[in-house]
Design a protein around this ligand. Structure first.
Ligand code: ATP
Length: 664
């Protein structure tokens, strides 16, 4: 279904969503009649103007209707990306082998790097492992925190000649090396959520957003797997190449002017790598400024590069037109043997870990004195004639909250690791508890059974929330990617995940309460349910906090288990409050388990008027007195547990806001 203005635009071989100065550059790589767009040698002083409508029309000839339409809806505001003299030093601690003492040394990761990439160009940053490719890409994207201790960062990144500011994430998208996608969604759903989150609702209808998502899906060749899920350890989904293309597609939905990709071909076979690079090359020809790092490009992939940057130990050995690289190195005394893949040859020259590498210092110094080096310096200094047009509005808080809540609800419902596995675990354990404490009476041993059972429920059912940690860590990667690319604000994310966890937690609490309270004959079903529900909310929030601070889920599980173990000890059962040593009494007060357990106890014992043959306790109140729980209203404890749940969510949000900006 096309909107009339889109149909008109299509007929003109032009633009669908009109947003001022957007333009499209055609994609046909086999259109020789059109001049190449801004090879560096042709622009010693000024940046070229965006391509004309005639050029676009010309180059869209020969494409199928679907292709032409899909590509024509990708409108990109022309952006020239440049960087000047980027230098990055870190302090490292090393043991001096001679003195045996630990010394702090400066390590130069990036050494005075400059570069310029214009709309319509694709730059490949190549180099051996550890050469500085990812660090440079992060520096360009503003993902290095220059204020961290032991770091020194200098240099500028310029967007259309102006120093990059906080709007960069609205103009540029960064596709990281690791996949970070929500696993239960299909390609179509993933794209729809991306479109809903990234395209302002004030400027588009739902149908238009769907159409944009479909067009990007088509452009990246994902039509055939529209209904395939991303997949995870439980369910097979997309292949590696498809995942890579989907990672790119979600970022393209809002037509970024700059696309930065870290190793887009890593882990793929050469056919899949070539396929991805062809897609990227097409996107570049549409006007996107594309920069990617590539470790070892096969020759088929090499053919797609417009520009090539060779790094070694953070130094630039070459920056210029990819097709003239062989000539350049031949001139510098390193002729590429015939029959060799040029990329392999250059990488061997740059790899100082093995024999046969070039003289890196001489090459890097020499480059600056060569015509290519001087053209680069001139290109970086050249004035830019095209401006960024602020077509990138974001959605408001409420829209973000609505979309994120919708997505979180279905993610929770469909991802078996988040609730289903836990629901089964809780059901099995609670059924065992129910049978173990079947039909409790009012004898002395029943008093003991009630107390131990309530302790077990308060302690162990909250403890089991550690099981969700691995899934939270997976979710964290998705959040980090989306936040760093400016998809939404942190409060919208935290509120959405919090609200949408409630139905699942309530189901777990309800099933557990039914399986525990009814068979055992405990009193106060409603309060028991509420107390358990709030306890699970607090435990879930605590796990969110843990997931936001640990580097790996194994550390998170260990940390969560240790803290819960301590809280169990302090909650007033193992030792009653009066017997807890002074140096641990703070544990009694800060453990939310204390209030959960006390509410269970008061709810159960407050209304028991007598026990049969019990020499120690005449009634329920005597039990509460023994445990220092007399005169403690249940509602107060329930409010405290609710306060924990909300407070921990606030801490979680603050940690995300302050520490998870996607910078390293
Ligand atoms: N914060 C840091 N502290 C210490 N060393 C660092 C830091 N950041 C990067 N490095 C080092 O800088 C070098 C370049 O790292 P980078 O990840 O950019 O390399 P790369 O070319 O992308 O390598 P690969 O292809 O293996 O991913 C490496 O030796 C890395 O260990």
């Amino acid at each position: 279904m096309q909107r009339p203005d889109m149909q008109a635009a299509h007929l003109q071989g032009g633009i669908g969503f009109s947003d001022g100065a957007s333009y499209t550059i055609p994609i046909s790589p086999e259109s020789p009649s059109v001049p190449a767009f801004s090879p560096m040698q042709q622009v010693p002083n000024t940046a070229p103007p965006p391509p004309t409508a005639e050029h676009k029309h010309e180059l869209l000839k020969g494409k199928s209707t679907a292709d032409t339409f899909a590509y024509s809806t990708l409108q990109i505001n022309p952006v020239t990306l440049s960087w000047r003299d980027i230098t990055y030093d870190v302090k490292l601690k090393r043991k001096n082998p001679e003195t045996g003492k630990t010394e702090v040394i400066d390590k130069r990761i990036l050494d005075g790097l400059s570069g310029v990439v214009r709309p319509g160009e694709m730059l490949a940053i190549c180099g051996p492992s550890g050469g500085g490719k990812t660090t440079l890409l992060d520096a360009i994207a503003g993902r290095i925190d220059p204020n961290r201790k032991g770091r020194k960062f200098s240099g500028d990144v310029l967007v259309n000649g102006k120093v990059r500011d906080e709007t960069f994430s609205l103009v540029a998208s960064y596709v990281q090396q690791e996949y970070a996608l929500q696993t239960p969604f299909t390609v179509k759903e993933t794209m729809a959520y991306a479109a809903d989150l990234l395209i302002p609702h004030s400027e588009s209808t739902r149908e238009e957003r769907r159409m944009r998502a479909e067009n990007v899906t088509h452009v990246l060749g994902l039509d055939s797997c529209n209904n395939t899920i991303v997949g995870d350890v439980f369910r097979k989904g997309l292949s590696g190449g498809q995942l890579r293309r989907l990672s790119i597609a979600v970022e393209l939905v809002r037509n970024p002017s700059i696309l930065l990709l870290d190793e887009p071909t890593s882990g793929l076979d050469s056919a899949a790598a070539e396929n991805i690079m062809q897609h990227l090359s097409h996107l570049a020809k549409m006007g996107t400024t594309v920069v990617c790092t590539i470790h070892q490009p096969p020759s088929e992939v090499w053919a797609n590069f417009d520009k090539f940057l060779l790094l070694s130990r953070g130094k630039c050995l070459y920056f210029g037109t990819a097709s003239t690289t062989v000539d350049y190195f031949a001139r510098m005394g390193y002729p590429c043997p015939s029959q060799s893949n040029p990329a392999d040859f250059f990488l061997r020259l740059a790899n100082t870990d093995f024999e046969g590498h070039a003289d890196i210092e001489a090459l890097s110094k020499g480059f600056k004195t060569q015509p290519e080096g001087m053209a680069l310096a001139a290109g970086v200094a050249a004035p830019i004639q095209h401006e960024i047009h602020p077509h990138k509005k974001t959605n408001g808080f409420l829209v973000q909250l609505m979309i994120l809540s919708h997505r979180a609800f279905f993610n929770n419902a469909r991802n078996p690791g988040i609730f289903l596995v836990r629901l089964i675990m809780y059901a099995m354990l609670c059924a065992i508890i129910g049978f173990m404490f079947w039909n409790l009476q009012l004898g002395p041993s029943d008093i003991n059974s009630r107390i131990t059972m309530l302790f077990f429920v308060a302690a162990f059912l909250t403890f089991m929330s550690v099981a969700v940690l691995p899934f939270f860590i997976v979710e964290r990667a998705v959040f980090l990617r989306e936040r760093a690319n400016g998809w939404y604000v942190v409060p919208a994310y935290v509120l959405a995940t919090f609200f949408m966890s409630l139905p699942g937690l309530f189901m777990i609490a309800l099933l557990s309460t039914i399986l525990v309270v009814l068979p055992s004959g405990l009193t106060g079903f409603g309060i028991f349910l509420l107390d358990l529900f709030l306890a699970l909310m607090a435990a879930e929030a605590f796990m969110c906090v843990v997931a936001s601070v640990v580097p790996h889920y194994i550390i998170g599980i260990a940390l969560g288990a240790a803290v819960y173990g301590f809280f169990m000890l302090c909650e007033g059962f193992m030792k009653i409050k009066d017997d807890i040593p002074d140096y641990f009494i703070w544990g009694y007060y800060i453990a939310f388990h204390t209030y959960v357990f006390r509410a269970f106890m008061v709810n159960e014992f407050e209304n028991i008027d007598y026990f049969v043959n019990s020499p120690q306790f005449a009634d329920g109140k005597a039990v509460l007195k023994f445990y220092n729980m007399e005169d403690k209203p249940v509602w107060k404890d329930l409010l405290i547990v609710l306060g924990y749940a909300i407070g921990l969510q606030l801490i979680f949000g603050t940690i995300l806001q302050v520490f998870h900006k996607g910078k390293r």
